[in-house]
Design a protein around this ligand. Structure first.
Ligand code: MF3
Ligand code: CO
Length: 250
């Protein structure tokens, strides 16, 4: 496992890629409403990424057919946008987006409410986001990678939600997925030591019910096995000697 420490020049480009991606997410959030299709979101996201000078990095990645992953309700991640999938009031929808800007990747995800949603769904979205922030409290040089994982897991535990284990966060740089893998569930080991200049996508995926997931026949869409709602929150983060820099926050 080789974790790449980025130079200042590389960090400047990743930062710029991430800054632009944050704008894409902010715009897409405004766009969410009942009656639009998941394909509408993909079209809009693809357009925004390109307008901002980026290239959609998910499009054609291992054959993935869209620029934005749009995952509704029990879909955990990697939902394939479709003009037939219409968002309804009360749905929750996870948008995962990324771009390449001047050779550098960015990656971030948000789960949004479609109109009014249940208290339970709102709590799932909030706890998922909060677990990310609990995790990055540990994200500083000198700590160990799995301090982040353990902090996320400890934050979620009292809620009894299922932390997805089959998918994890990752390093980000000139590739979308670099070492290390960043699990969101409790670890027995400490993992590699964090160093300033590491850029990591930290991305808890949390099910309201059990943690188990399965893949649909499209070979992409990951759903909760028990059909429970699932939320996702991801940012690309820069490790520094002090507080981490959350590069994809608006
Ligand atoms: N954001 C996803 C991740 O962190 C990547 C989407 S996979 C793709 O792994 F194929 F849709 F690009
Ligand atoms: Co990611």
């Amino acid at each position: 496992m080789a974790i790449i420490i980025k130079t200042q020049d590389q960090i400047a480009l990743i930062r710029e890629s991430c800054r632009r991606l944050a704008i894409v997410h902010k715009e897409l959030e405004q766009f969410i409403r009942p009656g639009i299709s998941t394909k509408d979101i993909d079209i809009q996201g693809d357009k925004l990424i390109r307008q901002l000078g980026g290239i959609p990095n998910f499009l054609h990645y291992n054959g993935y057919p869209a620029s934005i992953c749009v995952s509704v309700n029990d879909e955990v991640v990697h939902g394939i946008p479709s003009k037939h999938r219409i968002l309804q009031e009360g749905d929750i929808v996870s948008l995962d987006a990324g771009m390449i800007y001047q050779g550098y990747h960015s990656d971030a995800a948000r789960t949004h409410a479609v109109g009014q949603i249940s208290k339970e769904a709102r709590q799932l979205i909030d706890v998922t986001r909060e677990s990310f922030f609990a995790g990055i409290k540990m994200a500083k040089a000198g700590n160990h990678l799995f301090d982040i994982s353990n902090a996320i897991a400890a934050y979620v535990k009292p809620y009894g939600y299922g932390i997805v284990r089959d998918l994890v966060g990752h390093g980000v740089g000139t590739k979308l997925h670099e070492d290390p893998q960043v699990p969101n569930f409790a670890q027995l080991r400490r993992g590699p030591k964090l160093r300033a200049g590491m850029t990591l996508a930290i991305e808890p995926m949390i099910n309201m019910g059990r943690a188990d997931v399965e893949w649909l026949d499209d070979d992409w869409t990951v759903v909760s096995e028990d059909g429970s709602l699932s939320a996702h929150y991801e940012n690309t983060v820069l490790i520094t000697d002090g507080e981490p820099e959350i590069l994809t926050m608006y």
